[in-house]
Design a protein. Structure first.
Length: 228
């Protein structure tokens, strides 16, 4: 778990909140009889074999709104809540939504390619979760706010760029060390790479908006004293 120090926002993060609400509602709607794991959602979760055959390509997105159990859902939504609002505050509502879906698509496609190369049997296994897209959000946060301080309970404070970079390195290592594991680490890596690409493209194409977003806005009622 990581905690971010609260900072004033220029806009309400409607997209971040909306994504969290949508994920929670969809998870509850897809719960199986045990009340924990989701039921069979074939045609909605991502399967690499279908991707290579050009079938059910909509699952590149829909799988990012499905979660295997409560722990999976809560952990993903927590990270989206912590890092998503600031990325959205910088990009704007529409751009952030496009960015999020782009990262989700690339994450699933990258997972398919890596799985086919290192674990061919795994191309028939379904994959679900928002973590690929959320790793894209982490990448954006590290680029937009590299020097922000994050708090890790029981450990201490750490700079955002080091925390996120280390997290990404571990995911890259696990992608090759544990290619047949339960967690789709390659999807995380794919989402992270997509986030880097999109964020740098955003900074280059929308330089004025990015510079405005970096301006520090004080909370309502606060004033700045000018030095004579």
């Amino acid at each position: 778990m990581v905690i971010e120090e609260p900072r004033p926002k220029k806009r309400i993060p409607f997209i971040t909140y909306g994504l969290i609400i949508a994920n929670v509602i969809i998870f509850i709607a897809t719960l199986g009889p045990d009340g924990n794991n989701i039921r069979d959602m074939w045609g909605w979760w991502f399967v690499a074999d279908e991707f290579f055959r050009g079938q059910n390509l909509h699952t590149l997105i829909t799988a990012a709104f499905l979660h295997g159990n409560w722990v999976h859902l809560i952990s993903n939504m927590y990270f989206l809540w912590i890092f998503g609002d600031d990325a959205e505050d910088t990009m704007g509502w529409v751009t952030f939504l496009i960015f999020y879906l782009f990262c989700a698509i690339v994450a699933s496609a990258f997972f398919a390619l890596v799985t086919a190369a290192f674990n061919p049997a795994g191309i028939y296994q379904p994959c679900v979760g928002a973590s690929g897209a959320i790793f894209g959000v982490l990448a954006a946060y590290a680029i937009f706010f590299p020097n922000r301080t994050l708090l890790i309970p029981g450990w201490g404070r750490v700079t955002a760029k080091y925390y996120i970079a280390l997290y990404a390195v571990f995911e890259i290592i696990y992608t090759f060390v544990d290619p047949t594991g339960y967690t789709a680490h390659s999807a995380h890596v794919g989402g992270f790479l997509a986030g880097i690409f999109f964020t740098f493209a955003f900074k280059k194409l929308f330089q004025e908006q990015y510079q405005v977003s970096k301006t520090h806005f004080l909370p309502a009622g606060r004033t700045i004293k000018k030095h004579s």
